[in-house]
Design a protein around this ligand. Sequence first.
Ligand SMILES: C[S@@+](CC[C@H](N)C(=O)[O-])C[C@H]1O[C@@H](n2cnc3c(N)ncnc32)[C@H](O)[C@@H]1O
Length: 292
Amino acid sequence: MSGPVMIGHLLLEKLARREQIRVPEADLIMQQQDQIAAFAASGRDQGILAYIYLFHAVMALPVIRPGDTVLDLACGPANQLAQMAQLNPDTHFIGVDASPNMLELARGTSANAGLSNVTLQPGDITRLAGFADASVDCAICTMSLHHLPDTAALAATLREIGRVLKPDGGIYLADFGRLRRTATQRFFAYDRQELQSQQFTEDFLNSMRAAFSPAEFRTALAASGRQIDYYATALAPFMMIGRSPARRTLDDSLTQQVQRAYAGLTAGQRRDFNNFTRWFKAGGLELPSPVR
Ligand SMILES: C[S@@+](CC[C@H](N)C(=O)[O-])C[C@H]1O[C@@H](n2cnc3c(N)ncnc32)[C@H](O)[C@@H]1O
């Protein structure tokens, strides 16, 4: 993810005035086995999303404390959840998803990784039934908000986050932003098509079309009633992050864990991780811990 063609698309995004109309995902809740298998594979070992999961796990570290109960909203196959649970072994994670098939996969991910600090349960993130007011320490949600039907559901989710979080709770939300040109959307969906399944490429393009705009995302962040700072990749909001202020500083042992996880990526994934890090840094968000 880099190069002159990408820079060209980003510059044209910057100049584009008109927003694309949002096209919601056909499958809001992901239940189709071929679709969820393709998505799950993209986040494992050699998968195209593996570096993004490490990136979010590192970016979320400042808002997660040992001893916390962390809610992962719409956890999907739990690739992100597993990465975070490994980096935060003294934190309990609860993954919630509305898809029974996804939860089945997530149970496998958690068992294969030998995680004892993860539980998984069915649930709708727009109505966090079963979670009492001020009962969790942290809420995270990665690459899932674009699966909501509309801005009303997005605002409802953020209100629920505000309700279930303790007063000093942490928040980390990351999702694609809606780009202004269909050509840029297609560029990102097809950029690495040789490394991803056809199914994943189609889903990626659908995600780009279903993404909320930065304005829609920021309006929803305010509905939480919490302080959440907004960041995005420079020049164009390929990805947006909402993160609450830091709740801890990272010690040496955690920094070393991050380095080991980074070393476990392939050379290509490390390159993607570094480029993605530079792209966010140019957009105003730096890694909380040096990674090389
Ligand atoms: C693209 S996946 C992302 C999963 C995961 N967060 C990740 O980063 O890999 C989106 C997930 O959102 C789930 N989902 C969609 N709408 C939901 C809702 N209202 N409540 C709970 N889960 C939902 C889908 O079933 C799917 O598992």
